[in-house]
Design a binder for this molecule. Structure first.
Ligand SMILES: N=CN[C@@H](CCC(=O)O)C(=O)O
Ligand SMILES: [Zn+2]
Length: 411
C-alpha cells in the first residue's frame, strides 16, 4: 500500500542518516524541505522531495497537505502510563501546602499507587492503560517507553509488565518496557530496605528477564528512596540479566547517581532538575542521554532541568513526559515541547530535536524512528494549517495536530 503526501508546506526533520544523537550546538539545526512531497510504502518512508520534482506514481492514495507541516511523530522515552486510578487527593494536599516528599513520608505517593494497583485486576489495569495510550497517540506520540514500579511485589510488578506486553501486542507503535521495581520501598520492608533489594535482585529481576518482559532496568536514586550504593547493586543485577539501565536521578538532590549510571553505561539519566558541575562532567564522552521532564517541574513546582547548561557543556538532551499519577498526570508531548521552550529556554529547533531524534536514542530506536529518513517507519504528525513549526510550542496548550500516522496508517 502506498500513500503520497503532496503540497506539504514544510517537511521537517529531514536527515539522510541518523547514526548518533545530536549534542550541544548541533541541536540548533532542524533540516527542512519547503513545498515537499513524501511517499509512504509498506509503512515506511519510501521517498520524498520538492513538489517541483514530483515523479508520477500510480495506484497511490493521496493526502493534500497544503498549508500543513509533516514531521516525525513525538517519541516519549519516559512514562509510567500503566497505573491504577489516580492521586487527585494528593494534588489537593499539595495545593494546601504539603510537599511531594511530605506526602510520601505519610505513606502517600508511589506506595499509594502501589496499593491501588495491587487491588486492581490485570484486565482493568489494561483497560485504563489502553485508554491513556490511545489518548497520547492522538496527541502525536508515536513511540513510547513504559515503566513498571507501581507493583512493588513480584506478582504486581509482573502484572504491570504483562499489561505493557499486551499494549505492545495490540498497538502498532514501538512500546519498550522498563523494570522499575526499585521505585520505592514497600511498607512491609520499611525497616529492611536490603531485604527488598535482595528480593529485587534474586527474584524479580531474574523472573522479568526470563519471561522477556523488559528491556531496561530503572531505579529511583534519591534521598529517602535508593542510595548510590543501591543503584550500583540493582544496575549490576539488571545488566547481568540483559537489562540496560535508564534511571531516575537528580530529581530533588544530587547524590552522585549520574556518575554511577554512566559507569554502568546507562542509556539515559532522567529528571535532572538539580545538577552539579560534577554531574555534567560525568556525562561528557558517555553514551548516556540526559532526559528532561518539564511537565513534572510544572506540576510539582520544582526547578526545571538546566537545559542551557547541559547544551552549553556540549551534551545531548532529550525530552519526555513522565506521564504518571503522582508527579505528572499528563502525557502531552506538545506541552512538554512548549514548556521546554518557555521555561528551559530551548529554541523550537532544539526542543523538536530533543523530542524526536534524541528521544529515539533514549529508547534505542534511532535506527528506525525519530526522523524523516528513507527506510524509517512512517510514524508521522501532520499539523493543521499553521504559519511555522515554531507556532506549535508558541501556542502552548493547543496541539495543532491534524492527524497522526503509525506505520503510514492514520491513528
Ligand atoms: N520520581 C519518581 N517517580 C515518578 C513519580 C512517581 C509518583 O509520584 O508516582 C517520577 O518520575 O516523577
Ligand atoms: Zn518517572
Amino acid at each position: 500500500m502506498k500513500t503520497i503526501f503532496k503540497n506539504i508546506k514544510q517537511l521537517v526533520q529531514v536527515r539522510e542518516e541518523t547514526l548518533k544523537p545530536l549534542r550541544g550546538s548541533e541541536m540548533k539545526e532542524l533540516p527542512v524541505i519547503d513545498n515537499a512531497w513524501l511517499l509512504v510504502e509498506d509503512g515506511k518512508i519510501a521517498d520524498f522531495g520538492k513538489m517541483q520534482d514530483l515523479p508520477s506514481f500510480e495506484g497511490v492514495s493521496e493526502v493534500d497537505a497544503s498549508g500543513k507541516f509533516l514531521l516525525p511523530g513525538w517519541i516519549d522515552s519516559h512514562t509510567h502510563l500503566v497505573y491504577a486510578g489516580n492521586r487527585e487527593q494528593e494534588f489537593i494536599d499539595r495545593i494546601n501546602g504539603l510537599t511531594y516528599e511530605e506526602i510520601a513520608e505519610k505513606g502517600g505517593g508511589i506506595v499509594n499507587s502501589a496499593i491501588k494497583l495491587q487491588e486492581t485486576s490485570e484486565e482493568e489495569l489494561y483497560q485504563q492503560s489502553a485508554r491513556r495510550l490511545e489518548e497520547v497517540m492522538k496527541m502525536g506520540t508515536t513511540a513510547i517507553e513504559i515503566k513498571s514500579g507501581y507493583g512493588l511485589t513480584t506478582a504486581a510488578e509482573l502484572k504491570m509488565l504483562r499489561v505493557i506486553k499486551k499494549l505492545k501486542e495490540n498497538y502498532k507503535l514501538p512500546v519498550k518496557a522498563t523494570f522499575l521495581g526499585a521505585h520505592a520501598i514497600p511498607p512491609e520492608y520499611k525497616n529492611d530496605k536490603d531485604g527488598y533489594l535482595d528480593l529485587l535482585v534474586n527474584e524479580m529481576i531474574p523472573k522479568v528477564a526470563e519471561e522477556g518482559l523488559a528491556e531496561f532496568v530503572d531505579i529511583f536514586c534519591e534521598k529517602g528512596y535508593f542510595s548510590v550504593e543501591d543503584t550500583h547493586r540493582v544496575l549490576e543485577a539488571g545488566k547481568k540479566n540483559g537489562l540496560r539501565p535508564k534511571i531516575h536521578v537528580n530529581q530533588f538532590n544530587a547524590i552522585g547517581g549520574i556518575k554511577a549510571a554512566v559507569e554502568h553505561n546507562a542509556l539515559s539519566v532522567d529528571h535532572l532538575e538539580v545538577m552539579e558541575p560534577d554531574d555534567l562532567d560525568a556525562l561528557e564522552d558517555s553514551g548516556t542521554m540526559p532526559v528532561a521532564l518539564p511537565s513534572c517541574s510544572l506540576f510539582l513546582g520544582i526547578p526545571y532541568s538546566p537545559a542551557r547548561q547541559i547544551l552549553d557543556a556540549g551534551l545531548p538532551l532529550a525530552l519526555a513526559t513522565d506521564y504518571n499519577p503522582g508527579s505528572t498526570p499528563n502525557g502531552n508531548m506538545n506541552l512538554v515541547i512548549s514548556l521546554a521552550c518557555i521555561k528551559m529556554k530551548l529554541n523550537p529547533e532544539e526542543a523538536i530535536n530533543a523530542a524526536t531524534i534524541n528521544a529515539a536514542y533514549a529508547m534505542d530506536i534511532l535506527d528506525t524512528h525519530g526522523s524523516i529518513t528513507k527506510g524509517k517507519a512512517a510514524n508521522l504528525i501532520l499539523t493543521e494549517e499553521i504559519p511555522s513549526y515554531g507556532f506549535m510550542p508558541y501556542s502552548f496548550g493547543a496541539n495543532h495536530i491534524n492527524s497522526v500516522y503509525i506505520n503510514g496508517k492514520k491513528v
